[in-house]
Design a binder for this molecule. Structure first.
Ligand code: C2E
Ligand code: MG
Ligand code: MG
Ligand code: MG
Length: 283
């Protein structure tokens, strides 16, 4: 994926996205520096759309500009996870996300909207994770239901008791939960049913070839119908073309995110999009 996005400008970065140990240590040091100086890190927003082409949410995606180059999160997040830097980075993300949520409030009046934060496993396993999130939400006076946390299947099945108790504490205060990259892990139906979830995000690897790969098409249909049965919302990631969107609608998936609509955008650009969207709705 790193190659697709014109990110191969990163010279020390090998194609398989496996940096060497020295490279990883170097990256860790620079990422720590970026966090300490609060420099070069920014959350971008990628809009999510309804079948009526109305914006209904955004996913926050971390961007790190290091020495004039963007390092892909698929590269630096694992480094942060392995080194423990993810705690500090995760705190930064939660705080920035809530700050963005507060700044968007005026643009969100009378609108269904969720702001999704990616949470990595080690970050979630912190003892005081729920408290940290709730404190940030409270400090920024965010409305119930605005913040959504994206968890992965692996995280969900790892330590189910801890997972459930954290999710319940957060949900009590209106935090919503989605499963990211759904279909790539192996969570059983039993877990899905017993967890306080709101949404499944169909992984883009199934969405991409849905028109040419009948297996992928079947998987997408199955995920959507499973979501309906479990009374979960469902959104497709990586929607790049109209025909794919049309297939998804025919499969009863009515929420979309992907380059067909927009790339992830800095806050100000996202805001413009949101306001044009409003003009269009109310026109
Ligand atoms: P993800 O959460 O599954 O995010 C979706 C990725 O797909 C993003 O890549 C997004 O830019 C990309 N994408 C969106 N639409 C399309 C499309 O139509 N086609 C294609 N080919 N790609 C599309 P990104 O921003 O590089 O992030 C990669 C991964 O890094 C994320 O996958 C997530 O797992 C992780 N990540 C990003 N930000 C954060 C963060 O703040 N915290 C944590 N823990 N992880 C993050
Ligand atoms: Mg995500
Ligand atoms: Mg995803
Ligand atoms: Mg992913």
């Amino acid at each position: 994926r790193a190659k697709d996005d014109g990110r191969n400008t990163l010279r020390f970065f090998v194609p398989e996205m496996q940096a060497s140990l020295a490279q990883r240590m170097d990256m860790e040091r620079q990422l720590r520096g970026a966090l300490e100086a609060n420099e070069g890190l920014e959350l971008y927003l990628q809009p999510q759309y309804t079948e009526q082409n109305v914006i209904c949410g955004a996913e926050l995606l971390l961007r790190w500009e290091n020495n004039g180059k963007f390092v892909p999160p698929d590269v630096f997040i694992p480094v942060a996870e392995d080194s423990g830097l993810i705690y500090q980075l995760g705190d930064w993300v939660i705080e920035s996300a809530c700050h963005i949520g507060a700044r968007l409030q005026d643009d969100l009046v009378d609108r269904e909207f969720s702001l999704a934060i990616n949470v990595s496993p080690r970050q979630f396993r912190q003892k005081n994770f729920s408290e940290k999130v709730l404190e940030a939400i409270e400090n920024h006076h965010l409305p119930r239901g605005l913040i959504e946390l994206e968890l992965t299947e692996g995280l969900l099945i790892e330590d189910v008791d801890d997972t459930v108790s954290k999710m319940l504490a957060l949900r009590e205060s209106g935090v919503r939960f989605s499963i990211d990259d759904f279909g790539t892990g192996y969570s059983s139906l039993r877990y899905l049913k017993s967890l306080p979830l709101d949404k499944l995000k169909v992984d883009q690897s199934f969405v991409r070839d849905v028109l040419t790969d009948s297996g992928d098409a079947s998987i997408v249909r199955a995920i959507v119908s499973m979501a309906r049965t479990l009374e979960l919302e469902v959104i497709a990631e990586g929607v790049e073309t109209e025909p794919v969107r049309d297939f998804l609608i025919s499969a009863d998936c009515m929420r979309f995110q992907g380059y067909l609509y927009s790339r992830p955008l800095p806050l100000n650009e996202f805001r413009k999009l949101l306001n044009n969207d409003r003009d269009r709705i109310t026109a």
